[in-house]
Design a protein around this ligand. Structure first.
Ligand SMILES: *Cc1c(COP(=O)(O)O)cnc(C)c1O
Length: 378
């Protein structure tokens, strides 16, 4: 039996989500427009307060995007030329860009094939006298082994910066991720679980001195206007973005629950499919920024993607190239084959449509098409 669909499937559906919240969003945006306080308006402070409360951390600082957040975090910790920062090669490019932009050197640790996150067991071997920080990423909506990572960091006197762009609202052992490291960062890129109407980001810390540093670096290194104490950047959070985020933050747990419900349905319909559905670490809650399949063979992924596309199912690859193999970040210490899990997984992952508006009919259809292509487990 082949199913037909009543509405087209989208990879991400922000239009339907925003239509549901339109009256509230319009009212908050209108307030900013009538105040004409577009930079550092009152709503920015209100959002920062709400964000820190939500996460359970003392301080939040809004900034222009998640990439800047990472760079400012590194700058605030004084990390630069001659320093090494340990991270994962299987992440969005921004994580490694930030390290290189401050003049430091990224050192990679391969990933755990089950969670796609940095493999904490390999971490001690990567630490050298030049190591200054560890920058784990909580990928796809699921925590890295963050308690183990912070423990190793503590033993070696290293800072942890959590790149929490994909897991804002996820927990690990009952505690929100983004509260374990010295600093955590997030992104409010529109398609993230908590997305603005453009670029936006934030940084978090429990340390008051660091809070001021982060805040000042994001505003040209000045606390008092035209008095510059640090070398800074211009990375402010726009009031209009803060207004949108303030409304959407109230619904974030609901958004994440909807994503998890969609993931539960995918799991159910794909239970017999000849591939791996996402592993869920029992230590945490997965908020499914992505629902990412792992195919058995390298060549299979691109063919499946074409087959799905021909059947009206969009999909995406996060990420097709392990960062050690990217031309822009080339480093002789990490030739092809040096990070075997990340390199292999990059050729076998496929992310399915994942958002708050998916319904069971669509998920059943997507699963049916996938099984038609990969077959059932033998
Ligand atoms: C999205 C993302 C970023 C960058 O965020 P922007 O707001 O797009 O600059 C950084 N790290 C990870 C893991 C991301 O997914």
């Amino acid at each position: 039996m082949t199913t037909t669909l009543s509405k087209p499937i989208q990879l991400v559906d922000l239009v339907s989500l925003h239509n549901r919240l339109k009256p509230e969003l319009d009212a908050e945006i209108e307030k900013v427009i009538s105040s004409a306080s577009f930079i550092n308006g009152q709503v920015v402070g209100e959002l920062e307060c709400a964000l820190s409360k939500y996460l359970g951390i003392r301080f939040a600082v809004g900034c222009a995007n998640g990439t800047d957040a990472l760079q400012i975090a590194l700058m605030a910790l004084g990390i630069g030329k001659g320093d090494e920062v340990i991270t994962t090669p299987f992440t969005f490019a921004a994580t490694v860009e930030a390290i290189l932009l401050v003049g430091a050197t990224p050192r990679y640790v391969d990933i755990d094939e089950r969670t796609f996150n940095l493999n904490a067991a390999l971490l001690p071997n990567a630490i050298t006298p030049k190591t200054k920080a560890i920058m784990p990423v909580h990928l796809y909506g699921q925590a890295a082994e963050i308690d183990r990572i912070t423990h190793i960091a503590c033993e070696h006197g290293l800072n942890v910066i959590e790149d929490n762009a994909q897991s804002f609202g996820a927990t690990y052992k009952g505690k929100k991720v983004g509260t374990f490291g010295r600093i955590s960062t997030t992104s409010f890129f529109p398609a993230k679980n908590l997305g603005a109407f453009g670029d936006a980001g934030a940084m978090f810390t429990d340390d008051e001195e660091l809070f001021w540093k982060l805040k000042m670096i994001a505003q040209h290194g000045a606390k008092i206007r035209y008095t510059h104490e640090y070398l800074g950047v211009n990375s402010r959070l726009d009031s209009i973005q803060a207004a949108v985020l303030k409304v959407k933050l109230n619904y974030l747990d609901e958004f994440n629950a909807r994503r998890r419900a969609a993931a539960d349905l995918y799991d159910k319909y794909l239970a017999n499919a000849n591939l791996k559905t996402p592993y869920r670490d029992p230590n945490g809650t997965h908020i499914f920024h992505q629902y990412t399949l792992l195919l058995n063979k390298a060549g299979e992924r691109d063919e499946l993607q074409k087959f799905l596309s021909a059947n009206g199912v969009p999909s995406s690859v996060h990420y097709p190239i392990s960062l050690n193999l990217q031309k822009a970040f080339k480093d002789d210490a990490y030739p092809k084959g040096s990070l075997p899990i990340a390199e292999s997984v990059a050729e076998r992952v496929l992310s399915l449509p994942m958002h708050t508006e998916l319904d069971e009919e669509q998920i059943a259809y997507i699963a049916e098409k996938i099984i038609e292509f990969v077959g059932k487990k033998s």
